[in-house]
Design a protein. Sequence first.
Length: 219
Amino acid sequence: MKIAIHQPEYLPYLGFFDRISKADVFIILDTVQYQKNAFINRNKIKTPKGWQWITVPIKNREALKSINETEIENKTDWKQTHWKSLLYNYKRAPNFRKYADFFEDAYKKEWNLISDLNIYFIKNIMEMLGMKKEIKIASSMNLAGSRDDLLIYICNSMGADAYLSGPGGKEYMDLEKYGKENIKVEFHEFTPPIYNQQFGEFIPNLSTVDFLFNNAKIN
């Protein structure tokens, strides 16, 4: 069994889902610490002026909380702002109408925790992409350890003999630890596909919503 493990990102890019597609089971790691300026509460979309961030505001960003305890700041109407950003920038995209009702409805729901919002989008985007994979949420599992020890514990608890890491893992993982547990570590490689996109020159690695709305015909 090969597993992949990653924090729940907001409207993730295609590489996130590509890694899921190459594993047997995907673990959403919502129990690790929330990090500012990452992709947990923001991602990129394309506009006529280039790419821009859409960001979910977070309460008490300085507090050291796990992702599944990180609260959304709902004093501003960020949901309406995000929906209008998608509507304004993608309303003429060939596949926008196919998914518009889902996103409009999603932004009408009440969201208090960033993990709940992200997991909701991840699961539904997987369905839109035709992906059927087993998903487990770390906060619903009885886990122990941190860093490599945590990942190894998850692999062992799942009976996995292979772990599909992101490419950044090469910089910090202690591969000897995995070897001692008979866990093979593979590093995910992703080449962004070129697809029909609005507004001039192609920009890779945007949120997957860009891929979906543009009726993505890969060249």
